[in-house]
Design a protein around this ligand. Structure first.
Ligand code: PMV
Length: 338
């Protein structure tokens, strides 16, 4: 009788150059290269138990902030079980898998948890099935979940997908700079706590219909090079304007897709205006980026986070601020949830 149990904790990440649009969405082949910063505190912790002799169906549980477990919603469980099947096939094993997962950030905070969730699920399942894999292989397996951004959560620091050495037709993500190169802060101004109305999957489907999509692709090589250089030189004045331009363009494309997708709320604009004022009036080196949602990630170099946090918390439209920073990537631990 073979059994296995493993617990992995994987971080979320914030894209500085966004993955938005795929040349093959089925195979998760992106239209462009993306670059993200791995976070430290926003994490998913996932325990997977494997029982080779158990004929029963897989189970997926969510663990809340008080340690209470409940069955995952049908939609979430379906996506997770599909991924378990994929990993079981890859490992060439049979038997039941049970999963329990918990997010370190408030579950309804509107922070994309698919990147951290599928990275942690991939790591814990591979180990529970008694297999080992190189980081690039784990990145490919996480990407197969359908969440391209999950492929970037297997590494710490600053990560590109496809990585510099990855093949075009089966791209994995690679670290380009470690977290201690420049421990940037990410203050996530939470303005919306409900789930977003349109999934990023539907955004990837619709974006090709925007008249701005093709032009964006021609801009990206220059923008990506500026971001790489800003990071290498730890130059926030070079990095900041480019990541704001990039985030606004993602939303421009979403809003001009057919059907149009609006992720912003009035509070999003309030935070964006405040970030500009903090730069111009208070002289703070803060710059904003957003994923496919209403919340605003405010990036700043070490030493400015306390003041930026206090100013953001004081905005009427901001419910709270999650304080995070560039982190060192996933790890295994013994805090088993099952
Ligand atoms: O990984 P997905 O399919 O959830 O898409 C991620 C989309 C963005 O978060 C908006 C951008 C990114 O690169 O993370």
């Amino acid at each position: 009788m073979t059994t296995g149990r493993a617990t992995a904790s994987a971080p979320s990440n914030i894209a500085l150059i966004k993955y938005w649009g795929a040349r093959d969405l089925e195979r998760v082949l992106p239209s462009n290269r993306s670059l993200s910063m791995t976070l430290e505190r926003c994490r998913s912790t996932t325990t997977v138990c494997f029982d080779e002799d158990h004929p029963g169906a897989d189970e997926v549980w969510l663990v809340d902030d008080h340690g209470q477990s409940r069955p995952a919603s049908a939609a979430f469980a379906e996506r997770a079980v599909q991924h378990l099947e994929r990993l079981r096939r890859w490992a060439d094993r049979r038997g039941r898998l049970r999963v329990a997962t918990r997010n370190s950030f408030p579950s309804a905070a509107g922070i994309a948890s698919s990147a951290s969730g599928f990275a942690a699920l991939t790591l814990a399942t591979v180990r529970a099935l008694g297999r080992e894999a190189e980081t690039h292989q784990l990145s490919l397996l996480a990407r197969a979940s359908g969440s391209g951004s999950a492929s970037r959560s297997l590494e710490g620091g600053f990560v590109e997908w496809p990585g510099p050495a990855a093949p075009e037709d089966d791209p994995w993500a690679e670290q380009i700079l470690p977290s201690d190169h420049w421990p940037l802060h990410d203050l996530v101004a939470i303005v919306e706590t409900g789930p977003k109305a349109v999934s990023s999957l539907d955004g990837h489907r619709a974006c090709h219909s925007s008249p701005h999509f093709a032009r964006r692709l021609t801009e990206l090589p220059r923008r990506l090079e500026e971001v790489r250089r800003g990071l290498r030189e730890r130059d926030i004045e070079r990095l900041g304007p480019v990541i704001e331009e990039e985030a606004i363009e993602l939303h421009l494309i979403a809003m001009s897709s057919r059907p149009a997708i609006f992720y912003w709320t009035p509070a999003t604009l309030e935070v964006l205006a405040a970030v500009r004022n903090l730069r111009h009036d208070a002289g703070l080196p803060v710059y904003a980026t957003m994923d496919a949602g209403a919340n605003v990630h405010v990036l700043c170099p070490p030493g400015h986070d306390e003041e930026a946090d206090a100013r953001l918390e004081a905005l009427p439209g901001v419910r709270n601020v999650l304080r995070d920073h560039c982190g060192s990537g996933p790890r295994f631990n013994q805090d088993h949830l099952l």
